[in-house]
Ligand binder design. Structure first.
Ligand SMILES: Cc1cc2nc3c(=O)[nH]c(=O)nc-3n(C[C@H](O)[C@H](O)[C@H](O)COP(=O)(O)OP(=O)(O)OC[C@H]3O[C@@H](n4cnc5c(N)ncnc54)[C@H](O)[C@@H]3O)c2cc1C
Length: 400
């Protein structure tokens, strides 16, 4: 039977991240969002507080906890700002966990302690200027040369691009397969910023997540040695899909936190604003918006918890993770739109956080698979057109 109660360890992670975000992020996030600047040293501070390695085994410097702990950390981070959750999604979910799962012993020993301690910051480079949803449409190439591969290509919309040291990048190692759109010709590489030919840039003018860095990676004749290939040559697509199963999970849990943040902001405002001789929370139509927020939060929490439970058990979870991400993202978008509504004109200015929540929420139905991609995934499963692929591994040490 699934036990939905949180253990003392889970509650400890929840309080740790909640207190950290309230102390380090909440007081300054408004200014950083307004000026579109990242909070200085936030990632090392998260590492010092033992947040980045919550679900990484202790032998690599992590806390050796499970996916429920990871989800709770994401919920609490996005409760304060999406940019904080993105750090967990990318650095931990899309880079550290794939290295833990697909890396050689040497790669794990070399990279994971560095990532957990934020001596290196990780970024995930799949999307390109002309290929996002269509992963097989990427054009980055990796040509065999000596003891490694020569990489060329451009990655776009990469979270933490300008802050990262270590990039998990996908490229074609077989050009014939690339032309045939046969994904078995794609491979995954660990690219270091220090490698000649690597450069990055920042995208300006984003709608939301303004305190988070998003940018591009350019790879110009970058030589990557064989020891930096993740998994086997030709396994890149499978690894990318594994990564997305982790990233989507973090977005689902984060969106549950964002919906809860919208609810809490509205409850506060409802108590102070009066119209027609009553607190606005006493009007039935306002109550309905609050009721939908609380229902949405609970549904999102249950969906990501189920995905966490499957992941902890080492069971296939692509469908469940996708469902959690789709529904939690739509729910957060609706909650944020209604949170602006509850605040009336004041919700339309940055005097209240709901304006930021509204802009931040919009991205979650775009990244980690657009809303349409998740609808297609669900439809394909129900039509029997898609089946689960075997799970590569579960977390080696799971403490809950
Ligand atoms: C803030 C932010 C952070 C990001 N961070 C990262 C990152 O760290 N790493 C990374 O690799 N990427 C990242 N991305 C990129 C993100 O994953 C892509 O934007 C996403 O996959 C969608 O790709 P696209 O933008 O190229 O849209 P497209 O794929 O061009 O899609 C455009 C529209 O067409 C629809 N569409 C496309 N194909 C179909 C179809 N077959 N059927 C129905 N509808 C379809 C889509 O749903 C969408 O509505 C980030 C994006 C954002 C906004």
């Amino acid at each position: 039977m699934i036990d939905l109660s949180l253990t003392e360890n889970h509650k400890a992670v929840q309080s740790l991240v909640r207190e950290f975000c309230a102390r380090e992020i909440a007081p300054v996030i408004g200014d950083h969002d307004r000026t579109a600047t990242a909070i200085p040293d936030l990632i090392p501070k998260m590492a010092n507080a033992d947040i980045l390695g919550a679900c990484i085994p202790t032998e690599y410097g992590g806390s050796g906890m499970d996916y429920v702990a990871f989800g709770l950390a994401c919920e609490e981070a996005e409760y304060v700002d999406t940019s904080a959750r993105v750090i967990l999604s990318v650095h931990t979910g899309l880079v550290s966990l794939p290295i833990l799962t697909w890396g050689t012993n040497e790669q794990k020993k070399r990279l994971l302690p560095e990532l957990v301690a934020a001596r290196r910051i990780g970024a995930f480079g799949l999307t390109e200027p002309n290929a996002g949803s269509d992963v097989v449409g990427i054009r980055a190439t990796a040509d065999r040369e000596g003891g490694g591969y020569r990489l060329n290509g451009e990655k776009m919309w990469i979270s933490l691009a300008d802050l990262a040291d270590t990039f998990l990048v996908f490229a074609w190692t077989d050009r014939i397969r690339m032309e045939k759109r046969d994904h078995s010709g794609m491979s995954a590489f660990i690219v270091e910023r220090s490698m000649p030919g690597v450069s990055t840039g920042t995208i300006k003018g984003k709608l939301g997540i303004r305190a988070g860095n998003t940018g591009s990676i350019v790879l110009q004749n970058v030589f990557v040695p064989n020891e930096n290939i993740l998994g086997d040559v030709g396994e890149g697509f499978k690894i990318a899909m594994f990564c997305l199963d982790q990233g989507r999970f973090t977005v689902a849990a984060g969106c549950a936190g964002l919906t809860r943040a919208c609810l809490d902001a509205c409850l506060k405002y409802c108590g102070s604003r009066r119209t027609f001789g009553r607190a606005i929370g006493e009007h039935q139509l306002v109550k309905e918006m609050l009721a939908r927020m609380v229902a949405g939060w609970e549904v999102s929490r249950l969906l990501w918890l189920r995905a966490a439970w499957l992941k902890n058990a080492g069971q296939p979870n692509t469908r469940e993770t996708s469902l959690a991400k789709w529904i939690a993202a739509e729910t957060a978008e609706r909650a944020a739109a209604n949170a602006v509504q509850v605040h009336g004109a004041y919700g339309y200015s940055d005097e209240y956080p709901v304006e930021r929540f509204f802009r931040n929420a919009r991205g979650s139905s775009i990244y980690e698979g657009t809303r349409e991609m998740h609808i297609l995934i669900q439809a394909d499963y129900v039509l029997g057109l898609r089946r689960d692929h075997p799970v590569r591994a579960r977390l080696p040490e799971v403490a809950s």
